[in-house]
Design a protein around this ligand. Structure first.
Ligand code: NAP
Length: 300
């Protein structure tokens, strides 16, 4: 797709962005700005560093300035909820919002992480339905992925976490939300984990184990449990190939890194704001270039 470089910031430019604290390392500005240029849209995407004390004021500012959309990142995803007019069913279940759409002053919050992951999985030619799925980790990303996955009726969903109670809470959330009975929680140090992982079709690591700057660590699960027939996904996107994905590749398994989810959660937000289909390949290229530039800056 050609990039329209004729779009300039002027009096008609629509401003969207991300609020977070800190936020200057966000990869969303290059990704969305590339998409706006590719479609010839007179929009810009910027990062707003909003101190936690100023979340309410920032949302009031969004209304006052008529910003058509915002992304919300750490640590504001839960804090924005009470300042919005409507919360999507997904965000109600998760208790967090990562995307706000402003329709004539009516602010609606949604969470696009789960649908972003599902689109990335579909792109990899894989699905959840009738598969045995193991989800490692029970933080914010895991909650979003678990809820989205449960809607697709896996044969079984096993949530494995270092802190068992957090996995139990997600299993209960999924049961209550989707009526999925075949969901259970086990502790990461349980002897059962080896068998559960080895017999899964789909393994999703939602922990930050292996994430920059601690990339050179042992994977969160033993590489000996991985099988060639499996798809192993890691939500971490920096580095793209984490220690777990390296181990999975060596075991002959298929792998899916976290960049697909990152691109697609952004694409869903883009579509909600603009009403246009997101140019996913343009966004992916911009994201990968931005990740490369970040890597270059970090080199000694
Ligand atoms: P989070 O809320 O802090 O949750 C982290 C989870 O990982 C917790 O369940 C924690 O276990 C577990 N964990 C942390 N360190 C561990 C260790 N050393 N060994 C075993 N388990 C460990 O984090 P999050 O927001 O869910 O993010 C998790 C990862 O997903 C990050 O790498 C993030 O970059 C990535 N992510 C990617 C996308 C994407 O679009 N690709 C989107 C969101 C997040 P405890 O419960 O025991 O503390």
């Amino acid at each position: 797709m050609s990039v329209d470089s004729s779009v300039e910031v002027n009096g008609a430019t629509q401003v969207v962005g991300v609020i977070g604290w800190p936020v200057q390392h966000s990869l969303s500005p290059p990704m969305h700005n590339a998409a706006f240029r590719a479609l010839g849209l007179n929009w810009v995407y910027v990062a707003f560093a909003v101190h936690p004390d100023n979340v309410e004021a920032a949302i009031a500012g969004m209304r006052a300035l008529g910003l058509p959309g915002l992304n919300v990142t750490i640590p504001h995803k839960a804090a924005v909820v009470s300042h919005l007019d409507e919360i999507s069913p997904t965000s109600q279940q998760l208790g967090v919002v990562n995307t706000i759409v402003n329709s004539d002053g009516h602010l609606r919050g949604d969470s696009t992480d789960g649908s972003g992951f599902m689109r990335a999985l579909e792109e990899a030619g894989e699905g959840i339905t009738d598969n045995r799925v193991v989800l490692i980790g029970a933080g914010g990303a895991a909650r979003a992925v678990a809820l989205a996955a449960a809607q697709e009726q896996p044969e079984e969903l096993v949530i494995v976490n270092r802190t068992l109670q957090r996995a139990v809470e997600i299993a209960e959330l999924v049961r209550a939300a989707d009526g999925l009975e075949a969901v259970r929680a086990i502790a990461l140090d349980s002897p059962e984990v080896a068998q559960v992982v080895s017999s899964a079709n789909l393994i999703i690591d939602s922990t930050p184990v292996g994430m920059y700057p601690h990339a050179d660590v042992a994977p969160v699960i033993s590489p000996q449990w991985l099988r060639p027939c499996q798809l192993v996904c890691d939500l971490t996107y920096n580095p793209r190939e984490t220690v777990l994905l390296q181990a999975a590749r060596e075991a002959g398994a298929r792998i899916l890194d976290g960049t697909g989810m990152l691109v697609h959660q952004g694409a869903v937000a883009f579509e909600q704001w603009t009403g246009q289909q997101a140019p996913v390949e343009v966004m992916r290229l911009a994201l990968l270039n931005a990740l490369e530039r970040q890597d270059d800056r970090r080199k000694p």
